[in-house]
Design a protein around this ligand. Structure first.
Ligand SMILES: C[S@@+](CC[C@H](N)C(=O)[O-])C[C@H]1O[C@@H](n2cnc3c(N)ncnc32)[C@H](O)[C@@H]1O
Length: 268
């Protein structure tokens, strides 16, 4: 058992050296369980054999990435929370004389940044008044995001009328997101655990990824989000990821699952 554990750490070190992703920053029991099931499915008795296999077989490598990243997403995930963006944040943005800068971090297959674009448009902002940077560690997920073709199930929580307005139906179970939604979203690969963060965002949406990270990793990431926000900027997190004592990281509660950057008052 102990030897098995050591081997997992050895495997994690090889993966880090090879693709720059540190598996030890993800909660170990869940990650180890997911990867063990994949390893066993490919009949590898140990982590060394499995590492050799993912290095030589692109199919297994892709499955490994899929297991590691979990790309599940949907449009308007937790719809009540998206109403906060329309009701409380968009009125602020309408007053800005410059484009609103947003970041959808860990955007997976694009449902989240496209939802944000639709919410802002529904609130009266034309697409040239906002820009959305959408990032993820998984480039194949973002390729799908750029294609923008979705199944009906992913639209289940979209408000009525949204599908017809912002999607073109291609077939019974295929919907293409319209160019008007795509035009303000730019995709880029970014590893939240290792890459530098951009700055000056009015809104950062980072949902359903922090849940996979260790406490230590989260403690490092929250201050980076705060620094990435413009004064008064807001961080929107997932509905299982509340930040306890947000003041520790320079945030105050703005709404449930929304945290506003605390900025020093002018003159101080
Ligand atoms: C469950 S999806 C969340 C998608 C979307 N944010 C939502 O809430 O519907 C988690 C995403 O986090 C991404 N991810 C995992 N580790 C990451 C990292 N270190 N940096 C950036 N993205 C990461 C995965 O590739 C996956 O697309």
């Amino acid at each position: 058992m102990e030897r098995e554990r050591d081997e997992y750490l050895w495997f994690a070190a090889q993966v880090l050296r090879w693709i720059g992703v540190d598996l030890t920053e993800y909660k170990r029991p869940q990650m180890e369980r997911r990867l063990t099931s994949l390893r066993q499915r490919w009949n590898c008795d140990n982590w060394a054999d499995f590492f050799a296999l993912i290095r030589r077989d692109p199919r297994v490598y892709q499955e490994f990435l899929d297991k590691m990243t979990i790309n599940v997403s949907e449009f308007y995930r937790n719809p009540g929370r998206w109403e906060v963006v329309g009701r409380r944040l968009a009125p602020r943005y309408l007053k800005l004389s410059r484009p609103v800068r947003c970041w959808s971090a860990a955007c997976s297959t694009g449902e989240e940044p496209y939802t944000l674009a639709m919410v802002l448009m529904e609130s009266g902002l034309s697409p040239n008044r906002f820009e959305i940077l959408a990032t993820d560690i998984d480039e194949s997920a973002m390729e799908r995001a750029k294609q923008g073709i979705y199944r009906t199930a992913s639209l289940e929580h979209a408000p009525s009328g949204t599908s017809a307005k912002y999607f073109e139906q291609l077939g019974e179970d295929r919907w293409a997101i319209r160019p008007i939604v795509k035009q303000s979203v730019r995709f880029r690969r970014h590893n939240l655990l290792a890459d530098p963060y951009d700055h000056g965002f009015d809104l950062i949406v980072c949902r359903n990824v922090m849940i996979y990270f260790t406490e230590e990793a989260k403690m490092r990431i929250y201050p980076k989000f705060r620094d990435a926000l413009a004064p008064g900027g807001v961080l929107f997190v997932g509905s299982t990821e509340p930040i306890f004592q947000p003041e520790r990281f320079g945030f105050r509660v703005f709404d449930t699952f929304f945290y506003e950057k605390i900025s020093p008052s002018p003159g101080r």
